[in-house]
Design a binder for this molecule. Sequence first.
Ligand SMILES: C[S@@+](CC[C@H](N)C(=O)[O-])C[C@H]1O[C@@H](n2cnc3c(N)ncnc32)[C@H](O)[C@@H]1O
Length: 422
Amino acid sequence: MNGKQLSILDQDDSFFERKRSWSTSKHRLLLRYLQAFCYVLGSVSQRLNYVDGFSGEGKYEEGIGLESFVDKSPFWKSYNHKFSDTDGSPLIALRCSNIFHDEDRVRLNCFFVEANRDANIKLQENCESVSQNKFYRVYEPNKFGDLLTEILGDLEGLPTLFFLDSFGIKGITFEQIKTIADYLRNAKGELFLLFHNTTVARSAGQSTSTTDNPSSIKAGLTITKHLTNFLGQGSEEVWKSKWAELKSQPQEFERWALQYFKSRLIDEGCFQSVTSFAVKETYKQTRPEYSIVACSNKPDKAFGELLNDFIYHEKRLLFFKDSHQHQGITKFLENEWEREKAEQLKKLDNELPTLLASVGQSWQSVDKFITKIILNRDEIGLLSRSHYREAILELYRNGQLEARNLGKKGGVTLQSEIKLRH
Ligand SMILES: C[S@@+](CC[C@H](N)C(=O)[O-])C[C@H]1O[C@@H](n2cnc3c(N)ncnc32)[C@H](O)[C@@H]1O
């Protein structure tokens, strides 16, 4: 295999020295989702895949937030797990692979790509030290896009979770995402990728700035190409005119770009559902660090049931104070959290009439109704399923919904069927 060294990788050399809290949040979600993925799809296939397209070194020198999380989790407590705060996404996947193979649940094969030569060597060493069963492959240092055809061939049509954690807009093109979408249409699985809203906005600004300096002009053209490749063929005219329209309004361009990207993934990637959620460092932050875009062909289970509540709980953790000096969660900002929840419930009240009009016309179970409402909102994980259940029961009590198949005591249960009263 070609072991070409890359020159510019948007790499911050200090990235793997200390794990930041927003990386921890990403890692907890990955851990939760991988577990659910192995449990749900383990009943369909004895072999599953995990593809980590931007693996990094596998491990950080200093970390936070994973050990305190697994130690408090009733599920993980029942395992003799070895998760460590310093684990990066590859080691998290390998430890899951060890555990689920030990209990004969599933064989999780892990495929790792890391383009930087030094990071790739460290990744190989770190994987070697953790994996018990060697169900993994570290590709020679190369760009994910250049390896994609080979990787897809290695996956043998098995259900796969793709995790594409690139630094900016450069590592992945829309056309490559469409190739992954084609794979997932036949095999089962999901795609998670990072949308770096700040980089998207900064790139649009840099590529449209007027300058006479030849090297800046050249750099601008390169950035234009990367942003267009990322947002999809033919997007250049669209994003340039949106930038001109929105550039003076804080964050509006990046919000537009995220929605544009998601709708193209639905239209051209042909995913059944594409959702996203913002990852922040603190609950006060108004501009997220990035958004995770999640794509699935089985969104009811993957997003409506699993991911929604994972993200809701992750948001709740933002209200705890995590610190390097005092490992783990030390301070819970109860009032702030309650205030945020009240705000979200108010927003839901305002959105409910429109949501109901789109999902409430025919009989369906309360459980399905909740899922549909979740999937029809712009973002996932804003509230937990139990909040939606409560909002629906309130509508029933107010006479806005009809119900049948009531529970034994005459109450509405998750299996009862409801629809809008005309
Ligand atoms: C954000 S870090 C990955 C962190 C890792 N996923 C984790 O959670 O521990 C991104 C990594 O992608 C690598 N990289 C950058 N461009 C790449 C490309 N085109 N293909 C593969 N790897 C790339 C960088 O060297 C860097 O180590």
